[in-house]
Structures are given as structure tokens and as C-alpha cells.
Design a protein around this ligand. Sequence first.
Ligand code: C5P
Length: 319
Amino acid sequence: MQTGPTTTQTTSTSVNTSGAWDLQLCSPSKINLFLRVTRRRDDGFHDLASLFQTLSLHDKLYFRVTTDTGKDTMECNIGGIPTDERNLIIRAFQTYRKYTGLDKQDDNKQFLHTRLEKTIPHEAGLGGGSSNAATALWAINKLNGNKCSTAELIDMGAQFGSDISFFFSATGTAFCTGRGEVVDDVHPGLTCDYPVYVVKPPEGLSTGRVFGTLDIARCSQRDPQALLSDMQRDILTADFVNDLETPSFQLVPRLGQLKERLYEAGFKVVMMSGSGTSFFCIGQPNDADFVDKFGRENDVKVFPTQFQNRRSDAMWYFE
Ligand code: C5P
């Protein structure tokens, strides 16, 4: 999920975040433990069957209700992120008001100012933009007395991105189908708290470009239900499949070499997440200095993280 082109109206600031915010929420990243593409649809999208899992690697979002600005506004700690309607956070607020009819109320003069502190890398297949959008929907709903149900928030998310709905899963582990917006909660017990290393090369890929390069005839034939059962039985002996690896490796050939090097570094599992370009690695590296050394030698960023589930669907991931 991308936030859009990054040409105009971007704001980078380093304001003191201890000021008066009405709500502060963490916006988690996700990986796809497996991702099967099962069909190309008539609407140009693809049907998927994928096991999504949230990670502790997260962005931070701060929200303030305002009556002064006449529109929703936002700021970001790094440059290059659009802060106007191209940002999914602003789109989330607009979608929510339209869905609930709040936009039609004459006395509705309340808008939101959001500060986004970005850590999740962009064009990485980690769902950063989608998670920010889901977190923004959760926030505006909470600030409006939880007017909408989870099912309605899932429906709203699906209107402007395929991966947004997943983040409303009750636990943060879900088997998703359709475009990705049909969310079935899966018990996270078998997969919780695993240490994971996320590795992100500087090259990025847009989701649309990767799906556009995919040759459906070259996808795995593995039954998604069998992949799910194997993974729930024992994640360390399960097969990790991502049908988007082949087109992504075609577009950025260095990704294939990077995957080999990560196996050589000692991991049991190395798999690209979503449409890339990041990899998640499960197991322990041979070298205690892996994070710095591998990052330096391969010109990549390494994020030590872990599977992180939601404690209750009455709360956001970590507040
Ligand atoms: O929904 P999202 O904005 O993530 O999709 C970006 C692009 O990726 C879509 O325009 C579409 O080309 C492609 N896509 C797809 N099938 C999906 C999800 C995305 O073909 N299930």
C-alpha cells in the first residue's frame, strides 16, 4: 500500500510530541507468512489467500481534534511523505465522515490534526501506509464515541486499499482472501512472540507494478488451506510461499542475491513480505553482530522485531 507520489506539500518537523494530543496510537507493520495469488479478476485485481501477521515494528500516530483549520491537516517527522489528500490518513478521515454521514451535518466543524512518526519503511511490503489508514479509522471512530462496528471499519478500509481491512483483525493474525479485504481471524497462539529480523534494501517496489509483472501460470500450486494448517501446526517446519517473489525478483534482480545471503547468514526461514522489497527472517543469525555488519556490507537496513498480537479487539495494538 503506497501513500502516493511524493512531489508537493510535504511537511517535515521535529515538534515536541508531549503537547496536548487527544489520542496517541501505534500503527504496526505486517508480514505475509505465506501469500498465494489464486486468480486474476475481471476488475484488474487479483484474488489472494494469505496469512497476515502483525509485527512490533511500528509507526506512531498522534491525533488532535481541531475546529480552527477548516480541513484535516497532518505533519510527519520525515520529508517526502505527502500530507494532503494523497495520504491515506487524510483519506481515512474523509471516508469515515462520508460513510457515517458526518460530512453532511452543518454543525460538523471538527477536523483532525495528525502527527505521523514514521519508522516502517516505504515500498517494503510491510503495510505501513495501510496500517496508518487503519489506525486513523480506529482513531476517528474512537473520537466519535465508537459509532461504527469493526465490520463497518473493515468495509470502509476496503474502499481505498486492499490491505487496510486486515489491521482490524481481532488478534493481528488473520487468513485473508478476496483482494485481501476478507479477514478471517486465526488463533495466534502458535506464532506469537517469535523473534524476526526485517531486512529492507534501498530499492522499493509499488504493489501495482509487481502485480502487473506477475505471470499467474508461474504461481505455486500449493493449497492455501494446507499451507495454513501446516503453519498452525509448526511454523518452523512449514513451507513459506510468496507468489509475488518471482515478479519482484524479475524487477529487482538483486533481491534474489540478497535472499541467498540471508540464508548464508544462518536463518531457517527467509521470505519476501507482500510485494517487497523487504524480507523477514526467522531463526538466529550466526554472527552476533549481524544487524550492523550485514546492514553495512549489503547496503540494507535491518530491523530486529517480533510477532506482536493485539491483546483485545477493544484496544488498538499498543496505545
Ligand atoms: O489495493 P492497493 O492500493 O494495495 O493495490 C495497489 C495495486 O496493486 C492495485 O491497483 C492493483 O493493480 C494491485 N493489486 C492487485 N490485487 C490485489 C491487490 C492489489 O492486483 N489483491
